[in-house]
Design a protein around this ligand. Structure first.
Ligand SMILES: Nc1ncnc2c1ncn2[C@@H]1O[C@H](COP(=O)(O)OP(=O)(O)OP(=O)(O)O)[C@@H](O)[C@H]1O
Ligand SMILES: [Mg+2]
Length: 295
């Protein structure tokens, strides 16, 4: 008798705590789909949740997220950062935690990894660094649900969500399913980035998430040789956009080689150079948000 195709397949072997196969093969999600999408709910054991967003890629969301979360931690708060970028997670590198895998708690929740007093969770801890994540939408949504709801934060005053670029499925799912206290939009002063930033603002407005303000990143660059200040991506783009859209300007972060170098060696600026002017910008940002959200 001819063998049926599926009887030849081995049962899926789950190799990591999320139950997500390292091979990238999606599990059966039909049952989950039939139950429908979950309702908007808070992240368990977390008092305040702040999303860091920008529709444009590479403008500094992860840099701002990690330094902001560290600034919260350094001010004595119980702080965490959740990397919701499924395809390009940055937090393991930024916190020098690459290659570490989270353990599971007794009730099968992921235990965050901690460095510099900051708790973190990321897709980067759950799949090997070299594996390309080539999942379709449903698989991405499953991973996202688990990152959002199956992490044992163990009591946090504030959780910073590092969002992926764009205004697609992941962003919409987060804004529609999670009780966010507010969103911070990051942009460079360049026109092309600002156009996308406006789209990001519109998305949060549509789903009625309060916009706490915008951060202008990579504005002024002061030459280390001649001390002249250059505006590589423009100088005031975000400042003007804030006025136009009636949004608060939260911070103006200079373009500085140390910010990039600190990130690459897994010691964000707030940790590597805590007394620098650059670190102070992140500390001021943390203080502003803390004041706005009263925690
Ligand atoms: N103010 C800054 N000065 C110098 N380099 C910076 C600054 N902000 C960010 N960078 C660098 O720019 C690059 C992009 O930053 P980052 O990864 O934070 O952006 P992102 O918006 O999270 O990107 P993605 O959309 O891919 O998630 C990184 O190499 C980072 O170190
Ligand atoms: Mg990023």
């Amino acid at each position: 008798m001819q063998k049926r195709l599926f009887s030849c397949l081995r049962t899926l072997q789950h190799e990591n705590p999320l139950g997500l196969p390292r091979s990238g093969t999606p599990p059966n999600l039909r049952a989950r789909m039939q139950r429908g999408l979950p309702e908007k709910r808070p992240i368990k054991d977390v008092k305040r949740v702040i999303a860091i967003s920008s529709a444009k890629g590479g403008v500094g969301k992860s840099t701002v997220s990690v330094n902001l979360a560290l600034a919260f931690a350094r001010s004595g708060l119980r702080s965490g950062v959740l990397d919701t970028d499924i395809f390009g997670p940055s937090i393991p590198t930024l916190l020098n935690l690459e290659g570490n895998e989270p353990r599971l708690s007794s009730n099968n929740q992921l235990i965050p990894l901690t460095n510099y007093g900051l708790k973190s969770m990321s897709m980067g801890y759950l799949v090997p660094e070299t594996s390309a994540i080539v999942w379709r939408g449903l698989m991405v949504m499953k991973a996202l649900q688990q990152l959002l709801h199956e992490v044992e934060w163990g009591g946090l005053d504030v959780l910073v969500l590092d969002l992926p670029p764009g205004t697609g499925d992941v962003q919409l799912t987060i804004t529609q399913q999670i009780e966010l206290d507010g969103a911070v939009i990051v942009s460079t002063p360049q026109d092309v980035a600002l156009k996308d930033a406006v789209r990001g603002v519109e998305m949060f407005r549509k789903v009625k998430v309060p916009i706490l303000g915008m951060v202008q990143n990579m504005s002024a660059f002061t030459c280390p040789n001649c001390s002249t200040t250059h505006s590589i991506f423009g100088r005031e783009g975000v400042i003007k956009k804030c006025v136009e859209m009636n949004i608060k300007l939260l911070a103006d972060i200079p373009l500085h080689p140390s910010i990039c170098e600190d990130a690459d060696r897994g010691q964000p600026t707030v940790v590597a150079e805590p007394d620098s002017l650059r670190a102070q910008v992140f500390k001021d940002l943390a203080a502003d948000l803390r004041g706005q959200l009263q925690f």
